[in-house]
Design a binder for this molecule. Structure first.
Ligand code: SAM
Length: 156
């Protein structure tokens, strides 16, 4: 199984890149996190948010591996505990299908994309900057993996 994070946003500040790299490097080879950055659509020229989100959707869809399960990150999504994420990770490893987590840009994710996603998940009820969401997600994936391995990183 391949874990992909498809994230709108590039040229992230160093502290975001370092934070993401710190957790991504801890994942074992069978559960590697691959980051696919998507260059945000140019917002100049009076483009509407709908147009921008639709154009970013096309780029996002090109970054999702064929047949992958799509988990869209959105503050209006379902709350998931870390334990639930660990259970999902176990199920996903068993069925072997790739999993892609998708993080939107400044305007969010296209509504049609979210409607088609396999799951809509939030990491908080607060609106977070997209860079922070990728770091938080990488840490939670590492934590979830450590739970599946009884690794001492996670204490109950
Ligand atoms: C700055 S936010 C976009 C906010 C946008 N106004 C909206 O309504 O979605 C950029 C992206 O970060 C992710 N994000 C932000 N806060 C989140 C949260 N609490 N839970 C999950 N994802 C979040 C989402 O993927 C979102 O598309």
């Amino acid at each position: 199984m391949q874990l992909v994070i498809a994230a709108v946003g590039h040229k992230m500040p160093g502290w975001i890149e370092d934070g993401f790299a710190e957790y991504a490097k801890r994942m074992p080879p069978e559960c590697r996190i691959q980051l696919r950055e998507i260059k945000p659509v140019d917002r100049s020229g009076g483009r509407s948010a709908e147009t921008v989100m639709a154009q970013e959707r096309t780029k996002i869809e090109a970054a999702v591996p064929k047949g992958a399960r799509v988990i869209a990150l959105d503050e209006r999504g379902k709350d998931l505990s870390t334990m639930q994420l660990a259970q999902l990770l176990t199920q996903w490893q068993q069925d072997g299908r790739d999993v892609t987590f998708v993080i939107g840009g400044a305007d969010g994710l296209d509504p049609g994309f979210k409607a088609n996603a396999d799951m809509l998940v939030r990491v908080s009820s607060l609106t977070l900057p997209h860079g922070m969401v990728r770091v938080l997600l990488a840490e939670q994936l590492y934590r979830a993996w450590s739970i599946t391995q009884n690794h001492p990183y996670h204490r109950v």
